[in-house]
Write a protein that binds this ligand. Structure first.
Ligand code: GTP
Ligand code: MG
Length: 178
């Protein structure tokens, strides 16, 4: 089982995978030279990799994309064969609704399968104030995707996203959806 973490630079894909991985995560961090986009010290330049172990011989493989546009050639490579995606958003960035739109477009194959769960982070506001703007975009696109406020620095928050994605995939399979 493979899941890919997607979203813009600095949303927390590397952080999320490190928070839940049962193995030391593999990361490809390099000095961030794009400080205008995001002020953090390092950025992913190829991918992140981690694993959640479910039983003796079952594992969920977690891949993280590099958020910088210049590495977008990696995105379809990393999404290949994924059962779904966890789309992370940074509510403190200037236009996170536009980011949601951009990532729904970039990963349209998984979106069409309903195999995307959204986690909105970098906020201390209640869901009732944060989520309506994103929900509006989903409504306009006639999409119904699970959405949570998530602090990806917390293992439980990331696990909720992963478990929801897996549960959704199982329901779709039962219903015979593509
Ligand atoms: N204050 C706050 N910080 C957060 C939250 N979630 C993540 N962070 C921090 O935001 C930063 C996210 O950095 P990364 O995990 O490297 O982000 P990324 O999505 O992998 O970014 P790229 O690899 O550059 O695309 C880390 O310093 C996290 O500790 C949150 O909900 N609130
Ligand atoms: Mg990263």
């Amino acid at each position: 089982m493979k899941i890919v973490f997607i979203g813009a630079m600095g949303v927390g894909k590397t952080t999320a995978i490190a928070a839940v991985s049962d193995i030391p995560p593999v990361s490809t961090e390099a000095t961030n030279n794009d400080l205008e986009q995001n002020a953090k010290a390092t950025t992913t330049v190829a991918m992140d990799y981690g694993e959640i172990h479910l039983g003796d011989d079952e594992a969920v493989a977690l891949y993280g994309i590099p958020g910088q546009e210049r590495f977008s050639f990696m995105w379809p490579i990393l999404a290949e064969g994924a059962m779904g995606a966890i789309l992370l958003l940074d509510h403190s960035q200037s236009d996170p609704v536009a980011q949601l739109a951009a990532y729904l477009d970039a990963f349209s194959t998984l979106v069409a399968k309903g195999a995307v769960v959204i986690g909105v982070g970098h906020t201390s506001l209640p869901a009732s104030q944060v989520l309506p703007g994103y929900a509006q975009l989903l409504r306009e696109r006639e999409l119904s995707l699970p959405m949570f406020i998530s602090d990806v620095r917390k293992r439980q928050d990331v696990l909720l996203l992963v478990e929801t994605l897996i549960a959704n995939a199982e329901v779709n399979q039962l219903l015979g959806n593509p």
